[in-house]
Design a protein. Structure first.
Length: 92
């Protein structure tokens, strides 16, 4: 199992579920790495400068509240087929 998470910059990461997640990073989905990558790679914004995926609206957000709202809206759309359990979308 892996965890998908987002930094304030909008960058999306996928880490093993047993990893220590630094404070300030928001976890938003859990599941097999391949499943998370398939959804993220097709529904996230692609960075011009690197092999990065970004949550649309988060890098441009003027405040932490606006960034969180953008993340929540994107996750609700991108992972709408999966249930929310303990605040995260869960892929089986």
């Amino acid at each position: 199992m892996h965890i998908a998470c987002c930094w304030r910059s909008g960058e999306i990461g996928i880490v093993p579920a047993n990893s220590v997640i630094p404070e300030g990073i928001i976890k938003f989905a859990r599941g097999p790495r391949e499943s998370l990558e398939a959804i993220i790679s097709t529904r996230a914004r692609h960075s011009y400068h690197a092999e990065l995926y970004l949550v649309p609206g988060v890098p441009e957000a003027n405040s932490p509240d606006a960034a969180l709202a953008a993340l929540q809206a994107w996750v609700a759309w991108a992972f709408s087929d999966y249930p929310v359990i303990f605040g995260m979308r869960v892929l089986t």
